[in-house]
Design a protein. Sequence first.
Length: 598
Amino acid sequence: MLEAGAYPTNRTLGIFLNACSSLCDIKLGKQVHGYIVKYGVEFDTSIGNALCSLYSKCGSLDSAVKAFWRIGDKNVISWTTAISACGDNADSAMGFTLFVEMLCMGVQPNEFTLTNILSLCCVMQALGVGSQVHSLSIKVGYGSNLPVINSVMYLYLKCGWISEAKKLFDGMETTSLVTWNAMIAGHAQMMDFAEDGLSAHHSGIEALNIFLRLNRSGMKPDLFTFSSVLTVCSSLVALDQGEQVHAITIKNGFLSDVVVGTALVNMYNKCGSIGAASKAFVEMSTRTLISWTSMIMAFAQHGRSQQALQLFEDMRLAGVRPNRITFVGVLSACSHAGMVDSAMAYFEMMKRDYRIKPMIDHYACLIDMLARIGRLDEAFDYIKKLKLEPNAFIWSSFIAGCRSHGNSELGLYAAEQLLSLNPKDYETYILLLNMYHSAGRWQDFSRVRKTMTEKKLKKLKDWSWISIRDKVYSFKRDERLHQQCKGVDKLLGDLLEKARSLGYEPQGSSEITDEENVEITLSTIHHSEKLALAFGLLNTPNAGPIRIIKSISTCRDCHNFMKFISVCIEREIIIRDSKCLHRFVNGQCSCRDFGNLL
DNA sequence: ATAGGGTTAG
């Protein structure tokens, strides 16, 4: 039509631009832009708005903002489109600047502007600005607009201001599914940012409660709800609840959804049910890169290296292009099995065939592998040659290698490096103390102990949880919170006897015994995972795995104990601590004793 | 012509 020389109206041009926008066709869009300039209508408000939106959707923020500034008469939609363009293209700071400028120009924001700016606040964790926007939204008459309240509530949750979020939630006259999903997702995310395992646990439980209330309210959950709540079940290692959610997804017809399917794979994996994870993966009707990567990662974590690598080949055959995270899974599979040659081959394949630049995590896998098989000098060379600063994971796996292969000199050096990375981390101090203790270096032991006392480090919060049927039970080190504590003590005594008869020898572990003193305590019988284990055995008399989640890393002594116990009771024990998933079967652990133990 | 919620990481 344009080539025929017909003169398009602004309306026609707008429709063209929208078509380019939904096709994400920047080339065609630019062509239309050319005609717009030719006809001199780029200053028109609706044309400019459409151009701004088009360039934003095609990822070209510069052009979007340029188109915006050329608009002669910018209305609220123009400003909102430009602000949203900043959000979509990861430039929150510019979004804020535009918002302030808009207010200075005397343009009043509408509900679209407000929700947009609030989501920028989420990204920036800008609670101060966010609460000002909240006040502003009330002032300009959007105080009871549902999307606006949802956004404010989600922002408060993401910034950890739970009381205020809850107040908003409880005070809402109407809710939408987005409200519920924001509450659930918000609590799920709080689990990751929680200061300790205990508050993370509380957030998770709260998310599950909100999910239950949602179901009772009669509203139908959607894929967002299911993927969030499944993530919560994974973090809580709450297999029973996860299975129930699985049943509800089937009832609601969401089983064929690829995101829900992937979330199920991850839930079963993180609950230690690799079989169920694999089953969920096989049953998926379509799989994304993320689904394949999740399953490869799952096999790798469980020490099933061959299956992980086989799946990687299947993925390539299926025509799915792996990304850098997939290769983290592939390399860690090789690392677990000590397959040095394969690891190097995959590392080359990643660089050469897929043009993926190695990142620190890939090097970490290679260092972990060399450390596991005892090639400590080579691993150390790798660390020294790194152009990047070694991270905590690198030092931790190197330490595990040194301890396992009896090189206390290098191990202690690495542990001191780890401490300088995490100078306030209680667990690192305990690790270092345990290492000086077993190396018999008492002077260093006292020195570290003194530093600990001087720094007044908070006492370790050692909690474990076990979920039995519908309830989650908590256990804290040294404390007897449950009715059945006598039974727990007796059972632990019996188990200790049995383990000893099989050759278990207690090694003890360092800990703060009271507010002032740090000592090696010989018995670790009061550690929380042991209490949870005994409680679990007393309350689930049938066979089947015992699943425990723990707030901090497991100590070597408890780890060793669990290996013996898995033989005595002929049951599988799964413990997920803050660093690693441990699956004890028949005296062996899936981490092969390289799970960042204290 | 503009908005609010979700899945992968050793």
